[in-house]
Design a protein around this ligand. Structure first.
Ligand SMILES: [Zn+2]
Length: 286
């Protein structure tokens, strides 16, 4: 399925929901590396993909959010980087077949850029390039940059993806006050990311659907490319130090018309969501 063509011709698409919290419900321990499951528990990763596909997702996201060298090395898995990312694309594509498209997930490096941290721009470009190269070799043609909070960092990732000829969906996480944790506004994010060549821009994770609607509206006023909205299942509450998401699928789906009105062309969900959210979003869109 050529998702970009579908979106360009005016179709509204449903993207899938959370991977990490779903894998935890299937036995992934807290603090364990979710991406390692591409190699050790491929059937469970595919079980999640299949559940989202059956719930109506048109776009499946690979289990590679933390598949970069810095994050994998923290788990002692740096040597398996290429294998982990390539296999993840295989797993999603096997489930998607011709009925859905696959977005290869790329998250932040996990390290802070200079001068806040000690990661140089060149090093960050290397880190993103290495992961994206493996995803491309695995057969991905689309990268979704997600949950970024620093504009400098997502721009470096975007340049790395464009350098390899990838289609790019660029999504940042906004907090209260409609800014990212680093202070980026929706207008700044959207304008910069489109200028750098992103085909789709938008927001994911963040605080919840209600707070994300004005973020998407502000992006729509700034740029004309298709927008993507993937909120968390509400604002998490801490229960014994673990984030718990309390929103119900129907509660999130109630915001779908608002997202459509705000200009979103791809709607999905993020942390704490399940295939039931995807089903509710898909039936609301239909
Ligand atoms: Zn999230």
């Amino acid at each position: 399925m050529d998702w970009l063509h579908e979106v360009a011709s005016g179709k509204l698409l449903v993207s899938d929901g959370a991977m990490g919290t779903m894998l935890q419900s299937l036995g992934l321990g807290v603090g364990q590396c979710p991406e390692l499951w591409n190699l050790t528990h491929p059937e469970r990763v595919q079980q999640v993909h299949r559940a989202y596909l059956q719930a109506g997702a048109n776009l499946l996201t690979t289990n590679t959010f933390g598949g970069n060298r810095i994050r994998l090395a923290a788990h002692g898995l740096g040597n398996h980087l290429a294998e982990i990312n390539r296999r993840a694309v295989d797993l999603a594509r096997e489930v998607a077949e011709d009925t859905a498209a696959v977005m290869a997930s790329v998250g932040p490096t996990g390290a802070l850029l200079e001068p806040l941290g000690d990661l140089s721009e060149e090093q960050a470009f290397e880190v993103f390039s290495e992961q994206i190269d493996a995803l491309r070799e695995g057969g991905a043609d689309t990268v979704i940059l997600e949950t970024f909070m620093a504009l400098e960092e997502i721009v470096i990732a975007l340049r790395a993806a464009k350098a390899q000829g990838m289609r790019v969906i660029a999504s940042m996480s906004f907090g209260t006050g409609e800014r990212t944790m680093m202070g980026v506004t929706p207008e700044q994010a959207a304008a910069t990311l489109v200028e750098e060549g992103a085909q789709v821009v938008g927001a994911n994770c963040s605080t919840g659907a209600q707070e994300m609607v004005p973020v998407i509206q502000r992006m729509r006023a700034a740029v004309s490319v298709p927008l993507i909205a993937q909120p968390n299942a509400g604002m998490p509450v801490l229960l014994e130090d673990k984030p718990v998401y309390t929103q119900k699928p129907a509660e999130m789906a109630a915001f779908v018309p608002h997202f459509v009105q705000a200009g979103a062309k791809i709607i999905g969900s993020c942390c704490g969501s399940t295939p039931e959210f995807t089903r509710a979003i898909a039936s609301m869109l239909a």
